[in-house]
Every structure is written in structure tokens, then in C-alpha cells.
Design a binder for this molecule. Structure first.
Ligand code: HEC
Length: 105
């Protein structure tokens, strides 16, 4: 009756103890931050000509993003890169991103 043991063998060969965090979907902020870091460098610490987001206060970051949302002239002055990004952030995500980068200088 070796066949009885086949399902157990299959189960036993599954990778054990995958960290639980690896199974959780990334939060909205984590997904956005991955995109932001694409330009702003690892963890938003700056890269080449791209300004660092870390090291600024959360309020300062939020104020810049909000200004681009509300003031078309200021948005145009960015060469439209950040104007486009800030335009599609809702207020909750904008604040969460500002807190994310502003939290750890
Ligand atoms: C395609 C590249 C790119 C991506 C992606 C990007 N940025 Fe930027 N960001 C820039 C550039 C370029 C500037 C400088 C614009 C300027 O100051 O006119 C900038 C400036 C900023 C500033 C102002 C920094 C300062 O000190 O003045 C903030 C805040 C910012 N970005 C936040 C974000 C956030 C949050 C995200 C993700 C939602 C993001 N950026 C994604 C290119 C990018």
C-alpha cells in the first residue's frame, strides 16, 4: 500500500517554514515606495541627480507633493515628472508616503 504514503511524501517535500511575511501582499505604501525608489535611489536616499527623500521631514515631503497637485505652475516647473506622480496619489497615500520617507532620516 505504498500509494497511501504518496500524498504525505508530497507534503513533506514542500518547503517548510516560509516566513509568514513573504506570504503577505505588500502594502500600498510598499508598492508605491518601490516605484519611487526606482528614481530616488535605494530607500529613497537619492541617486545621481535625483533628490533624496530620506532626511526630510514628513511634513516637508507632503507639502511638496501637495503643492504639485494644487499649483499647475509649480507642477510644470518639475518638468512634469513629479507632477504626474503626485497627481495620481490620493491624500491618504500621499501622507503615508511622506510618513514612510520622513520617518527615518
Ligand atoms: C521617473 C522618476 C521619478 C519617480 C518614479 C519619482 N520621482 Fe520624485 N522626483 C523626481 C525628480 C526628477 C525630482 C526633482 C523634481 C524637481 O525638483 O523639480 C523629484 C522630486 C521629488 C520630491 C521633492 C524633493 C525635494 O527635495 O525637493 C519629492 C517629495 C518626491 N520627488 C517624491 C516622490 C515620491 C513619493 C515618489 C513615488 C510616488 C516619486 N517621487 C517618484 C523623479 C521621480
Amino acid at each position: 500500500m505504498a500509494q497511501r504514503w504518496l500524498p504525505w511524501l508530497a507534503l513533506a517535500s514542500l518547503p517548510v517554514a516560509a516566513p509568514l511575511s513573504a506570504l503577505e501582499p505588500p502594502s500600498t505604501v510598499a508598492r508605491w515606495a518601490a516605484a519611487c525608489n526606482g528614481c530616488h535611489g535605494p530607500e529613497g536616499r537619492g541617486s545621481g541627480a535625483m533628490p533624496a527623500l530620506r532626511g526630510q521631514s514628513a511634513d516637508a515631503l507632503a507639502a511638496k507633493l501637495k503643492k504639485w497637485q494644487e499649483d499647475p505652475e509649480a507642477a510644470a516647473a518639475t518638468g512634469h515628472v513629479m507632477a504626474r506622480f503626485s497627481a495620481i496619489l490620493d491624500q491618504e497615500t500621499l501622507r503615508a508616503l511622506a510618513d514612510h520617507y520622513g520617518a527615518a532620516p
